[in-house]
Design a protein around this ligand. Structure first.
Ligand SMILES: Cc1cc2nc3c(=O)[nH]c(=O)nc-3n(C[C@H](O)[C@H](O)[C@H](O)COP(=O)(O)OP(=O)(O)OC[C@H]3O[C@@H](n4cnc5c(N)ncnc54)[C@H](O)[C@@H]3O)c2cc1C
Length: 451
């Protein structure tokens, strides 16, 4: 993978063997797990914290993503408004606090994650997209966001593509990051505060033994007062999240670095994060060395919450992504792709994280950020800590935290429902955004499928 295959990647630690005793064990070493450990150590210096990671830290979505870092905790304003209109002001404020807290943490721990505040643009490539953007802009402005509508000429002046009909630019509380470096930096911050990080250490099972938890690992066990499970789209040792979250594979291409002439042919002087606004959408950005990362569109669900290396590569999806890339930037014809991969996004029927507890509150879990977990995972971790330490806070009182999403049905209805919804989304894109019977029904019940 482009982000993580680098010479200065940290060397994975050997698997944990034997028995250790800690105050808090964190299962999963992605953003959520590392933010959990870091914030716990900042809250209470000296706490004995261990992170158990089945592969190596950042192995999952956390090093495979596009690096779009957004303050939204609700997978966008429109989604937040549709689910929690009465709490939206609080959710927006908490999201902004989380975003600036993330930036402060990077500064405090000297984490060089190439964190760049830069605008994000939702690009219209079909006439019906412009109507949707005009509606969105009213909502964003009503909640004090710094947004503007761009017509075709203004959009083309920023980034040159024959497909652009306009766009909506958002300037506040959005950034691009280098996700692998963010994960590596979080890991070393955890270690510098005395936390232990164990790679190659799969948590097989969790049992409650009297007043503590016993976590079984292949060559030993961990005795812990409390645990946070942060395995997101993967199958962790506690089954409950599988009712509410499914893994959806999203795929990415990265080009060779663009030459000076190629860069001039696309413009993109402000290096904005871009994405089109179809139901099945693409997201794309420049990397520090002027490659284009291009991902999204197909979001694939594999039967029975299937995850694993066999799903990382998809000739069909990667070929389709490349075709769409050259439709967007025909002036780059001949440019080749140096990297391609896929990774599992944990999604819920309401597209936001969901939390829960098990083992009489000694274990908390969080999963399901959908495609906006880079920033929200820090908040997800914060809430998981509130829950597992029994703290009643403004965060734990949120409906988003207290009420789980509508669960996905069991198989085979789960798989069939996702396929039906994906087809309906494709059809809606072809028919000028018309929702059709199935999507309207899902809308009515406040459930859906997204990546
Ligand atoms: C292709 C792609 C593009 C994306 N783009 C964006 C984007 O641009 N912006 C954005 O905000 N979000 C994006 N996302 C989503 C974002 O990456 C995730 O929401 C976020 O990384 C979730 O972090 P996490 O720590 O919860 O999960 P993960 O990073 O998946 O971490 C879970 C970890 O748990 C480990 N694990 C699993 N089971 C066990 C076990 N039993 N014992 C021990 N360890 C275990 C796994 O190995 C893994 O490392 C994208 C995701 C993908 C896949």
């Amino acid at each position: 993978m482009f982000w993580s295959d680098r010479d200065d990647a940290p060397v994975a630690t050997p698997p944990l063997a034997g028995t250790i005793e800690v105050d808090l064990v964190v299962i999963g070493g992605g953003f959520t797990g590392l933010w959990t450990a870091l914030q716990a150590l900042e809250d209470e210096p000296g706490l004995r914290v261990a992170v158990l990671e089945a592969e190596h830290c950042g192995f999952g979505a956390s090093s495979r993503n596009g690096g779009f870092c957004d303050s939204s905790l609700t997978h966008g304003l429109a989604n937040g408004l549709s689910h929690w209109p009465e709490e939206i002001e609080t959710l927006l404020r908490l999201g902004r606090e989380n975003f600036s807290g993330l930036a402060d943490s990077l500064e405090r721990h000297r984490i060089d994650a190439d964190f760049q505040l830069c605008p994000e643009i939702g690009v219209a490539t079909e006439p019906w997209h412009m109507n949707g953007l005009a509606e969105d802009i009213e909502h964003y402005r009503a909640f004090g966001e710094d947004v503007d509508l761009l017509d075709a000429e203004q959009m083309q002046a920023r980034v040159h593509s024959p497909t652009y009909l306009g766009g909506m630019i958002r300037r506040n509380d959005v950034a691009l990051v280098d996700p692998a470096r963010l994960g590596w930096g979080l890991r070393s911050a955890v270690e510098s505060l005395g936390g232990a990080v164990h790679d190659d250490t799969l948590a097989n099972a969790v049992y409650r033994k009297g007043s503590h938890l016993e976590i079984h690992i292949p060559s030993g066990r961990v005795l812990a007062d409390r645990a946070v499970m942060a395995t997101n789209a993967y199958h962790g040792p506690v089954r409950r999240p599988r009712r509410y979250t499914i893994p959806v594979y999203d795929h990415v291409l990265v080009t060779e670095p663009l030459s000076v002439e190629q860069m001039a042919s696309v413009g993109w002087a402000e290096r904005e994060g871009l994405g089109d606004v179809s139901n099945l959408f693409h997201y794309y950005r420049l990397t520090a060395d002027n490659r284009i990362l291009w991902g999204g569109y197909d979001a694939t669900y594999h039967f029975n919450n299937g995850v694993g290396a066999r799903h990382d590569q998809s000739d069909v999806t990667h070929t389709r992504l490349a075709e769409h890339f050259f439709e967007t930037f025909p002036q780059l014809e001949g440019l080749s792709f140096s990297h391609r991969w896929g990774g599992p996004i944990g999604t819920t029927t309401r597209f936001t994280a969901t939390w829960g507890t098990a083992h009489r509150g000694r274990l908390a879990w969080v999963a399901g950020y959908t495609g906006l977990g880079v920033g929200a995972s820090r908040f997800g971790a914060r809430v998981a800590l509130d829950l597992v330490f029994g703290r009643r806070t403004e965060r734990t009182e949120l409906q988003m935290v207290r009420k789980p999403p509508v669960p996905f049905p069991p198989e085979p209805a789960r798989w069939a429902g996702v396929q039906l919804t994906r087809k309906a989304l494709q059809r809606s894109d072809r028919r000028g955004g018309k929702r059709g019977l199935w999507l309207s029904l899902l809308d009515r019940f406040g459930v859906g499928f997204d990546s």
